[in-house]
Structure formats: structure tokens, C-alpha cells
Write a protein that binds this ligand. Structure first.
Ligand code: UD1
Length: 366
């Protein structure tokens, strides 16, 4: 814990825990500081390996978290429950010391849900960045986290019009704002900061990521995907999520020795540089589908559905699941032309969010 006392003066308590949240929080943190709003940052410890956490704080110039709860990995109930207990204790301490902060949450991880539950029960206002996204699949833990967090939120900051419509379908119309996507801010700012000097593979390559339970936790599916994405003429570079690395070891999955390069996870700027220069992206991540579009790289998504449907309807992303024939076909033929469209905003989402946040932070309402 670097700065626990600071919570008594916090106006906003930010809760993060997983890689994509660090990227988005970096954008909002800068905007909050510029607006003179006192932020207290809580890291739940959901991601804890150096290359899943610390390198993001360093490379994004993100302030060190004020507290790291060090919850770590676990089954969903155990992990979310441990976070809930720890966040509640922290928020109660803030309240007892006279603070009444707004709780700022990102995305759809177990850290997000734990923050929402803790804040709602204590009666603190909640702002949710990336509200309204839906895969319409309740077998995805993230979908449960999203639906519940949106239901409990005071301010819902939607990246797209469709996200606003999804909320309306569920009867949520109050406190809903279409702000554009903070991830778009991040791509513009961080890609510019990355410049052209970061290392990239020589020759044509595809950039791949794989971490969803549905793709990694079944040995047959995992083997099928690794075999399908391997291509000696255009090798797939796959920075390995620790879950995927562990499953490969546990299952004894055979890693094709040609056409597939397994690597350690990389930092955000290096990732953007790798995406921008790749022939195609192969992924089951949510954020990467958008990053690929923003950087003009065709995306092949190893899922049956996506929350980012604009990437598909605009022709820059295809959904192929884990079927080898579909993956191979897309690798050979998915090649959209022209300049990539910009459905995710203009890179000013963080500024829009902060200017609204000022109006609902307890004690600052205007
Ligand atoms: C989580 C989010 C997912 C998000 C992803 C970003 C949930 C339910 N899922 O998935 O929405 O897209 O983060 O990466 O919150 N592990 C390590 N070291 C780490 C972190 C994880 O070894 O630093 C391993 C552990 O074996 C752990 C597994 O990865 O059990 C899964 O980690 P977890 O945080 O539970 O979920 P993610 O798959 O990362």
C-alpha cells in the first residue's frame, strides 16, 4: 500500500485489476488530474505478473496505484468475493473519514463487478466506463459482470450508439451518455508515443492473442486453434497470456514448430506497434478487435460473437470461432480495402467523461 491515507480526500476512487483497465485508466487519470479532481487508485491485484501489470503502469506513465489489494487468481466466486470484502473495507474507511467519493469502474472484469457491488451497498455513486456492451451470452463471465455493473451504475458512459440502445432495451435510460470510446483515445495517444522505433518481426507476420476460457480450457479446441493459425509463409506471433501458457503445459498441447512464434506478453505500446505492422490480427480479445480497426489491420476473431459489432458490419473483422476451415479461409481471403472507418469516436472520450463526472461527484455537483 503506497498511499492509504489519501483515501480520506479522494473525490474519485478508481478500481482496476486487469490489463485493459490499466490502458483506459491511464487516459482518464490524466484528464482527472488536469481537471483538479482528486483520484485514489485501487489495484485489486487480479493481474499480478510483472508483464501483465507493472509494465503497463511504467510504459503508460500511469501513477502507481495508491493501494494494491493483491487478491490474485481464483475461481470466479472466490476471486470476486475476496475483492468485494477488501474494496468494501476501503470504501467504508473513506466514508468514516468523511469522504464520499464516486467509484469509477472500467469494462467487464471480476474487479469491475466487485467494485460495483461494494460501492452500491455502501451507497456511493458509480460511474461505468464501457457501459452497454453486450455479447448476449450468459455463459461468458464478462457478460454477467457487464449486465450487473450497468444495473448498479449512476452514470453509464457508452462507447457507441448501439451500447446506448442495448441499455434502453434493458430499461436503463437514466444517466446514460454516449461519449465515444476511451480505448480510441488510448490508441491515438499511445501509438503516437510509440513512434516507429519499437521492434517488429522481419517479413510478413500475423499478430495473434488467445486467452478466453472457451478457447483455452478445452484441449481439443486449443490444439485446433494453434494448428490452424500456424502458417510458415506468414508466421503468427502469439504473446502468450499466462492462462494459455499454463493450459499448453497442463494439456501437453503440441506447438507447431513452423509458422507459430510464442512470445511473452508485451507492453501496450509494443502491442500497438505489432498490430499496426501485421498483415492480419487473430484474436479472442475484445479490445484488440477495435485496436486493429483503428490501426487499419484486418482482424479475424476467434469467437462466435462480438460486443464490437461495428468492426464486423464495417467489413474489417470476421467472426470465425474455432473452426479450422473458417480460420484458414479468413486467413487467405479477409482483406478489406480503403481507409479504416472510425466508429469509436474522435479520441476525446476521456475529456467528455470527466466534464460530466464533475457534475456528479458528491459535493461538486452543479
Ligand atoms: C480477465 C477478464 C477478461 C479480460 C482479461 C484481460 C474476468 C472474468 N476476465 O481475464 O474480461 O479480457 O482479464 O487480460 O475478469 N494469471 C497469471 N498471472 C496474472 C494474471 C493471470 O498467471 O498476472 C493466470 C492465472 O492462472 C489465472 C488466469 O491467468 O487464473 C486467468 O486470469 P484472470 O484474471 O482470472 O482472467 P483473465 O483470463 O486474465
Amino acid at each position: 500500500m503506497t498511499n492509504p491515507g489519501k483515501i480520506s480526500t479522494a473525490q474519485v476512487v478508481t478500481i482496476v485489476g486487469a490489463r485493459p483497465q490499466f490502458v483506459k485508466a491511464a487516459e482518464l487519470s490524466v484528464a482527472l488530474a488536469q481537471a483538479g479532481i482528486a483520484e485514489f487508485m485501487v489495484h485489486t491485484g487480479q493481474h499480478y505478473d510483472r508483464n501483465m501489470s507493472a509494465i503497463f503502469f511504467e510504459a503508460l506513465d500511469l501513477q502507481e496505484p495508491d493501494v494494491n489489494l493483491e487478491i490474485g487468481s481464483g475461481h470466479h466466486g472466490a476471486q470476486t468475493g475476496a475483492m468485494l470484502t477488501a474494496i468494501e473495507a476501503l470504501l467504508l474507511r473513506a466514508k468514516e473519514s468523511g469522504a464520499r467519493p464516486l467509484v469509477l469502474l472500467y469494462g467487464d472484469t471480476n474487479s469491475t463487478l466487485a467494485g460495483a457491488l461494494a460501492a452500491a451497498k455502501i451507497g456511493l455513486p458509480i460511474a461505468h466506463v464501457e457501459a452497454g456492451l453486450r455479447s448476449f451470452r450468459r455463459d461468458m463471465p464478462e457478460e454477467i459482470n457487464r449486465v450487473l455493473t450497468d444495473r448498479l451504475s449512476t452514470a453509464l458512459y457508452c462507447p457507441t450508439r448501439l451500447a446506448v440502445d442495448n441499455l434502453a432495451e434493458e430499461g436503463i435510460t437514466h444517466g446514460v451518455f454516449m461519449t465515444g470510446d476511451v480505448m480510441c483515445d488510448a490508441v491515438i495517444r499511445q501509438h503516437a508515443a510509440a513512434g516507429t522505433t519499437l521492434p517488429r518481426p522481419e517479413g510478413p507476420y500475423r499478430l495473434a492473442t488467445l486467452h478466453r476460457a472457451s478457447n483455452t480450457d478445452d484441449p481439443v479446441v486449443l490444439q485446433r486453434i494453434l494448428d490452424s493459425i500456424a502458417d510458415p509463409n506468414c508466421p503468427a506471433h502469439l504473446p502468450l497470456h499466462p492462462r494459455t501458457r499454463a493450459r499448453i503445459q497442463q494439456f501437453g498441447t503440441r506447438v507447431p514448430d513452423r509458422g507459430l512464434v510464442l512470445r511473452d506478453p508485451v507492453g501496450y505500446r509494443e502491442m500497438l506497434a505489432l498490430v499496426a505492422s501485421a498483415t492480419q490480427v487473430l484474436t479472442d480479445s475484445g479490445g484488440l478487435q477495435k485496436e486493429a480497426l483503428m490501426l487499419g489491420t484486418p482482424c479475424i476473431t476467434l469467437r462466435e460473437e462480438t460486443e464490437w459489432v461495428e468492426t464486423v458490419s464495417l467489413g474489417w473483422n470476421v467472426l470465425v470461432g474455432s473452426d479450422p476451415a473458417c480460420i484458414t479461409h479468413a486467413m487467405q481471403h479477409h482483406c478489406p480495402g480503403g481507409d479504416p472507418p472510425r466508429p469509436y469516436g474522435d479520441g476525446n472520450a476521456a475529456a467528455r467523461i470527466v466534464s460530466h463526472l464533475r457534475t456528479i461527484i458528491p459535493g461538486e455537483e452543479s
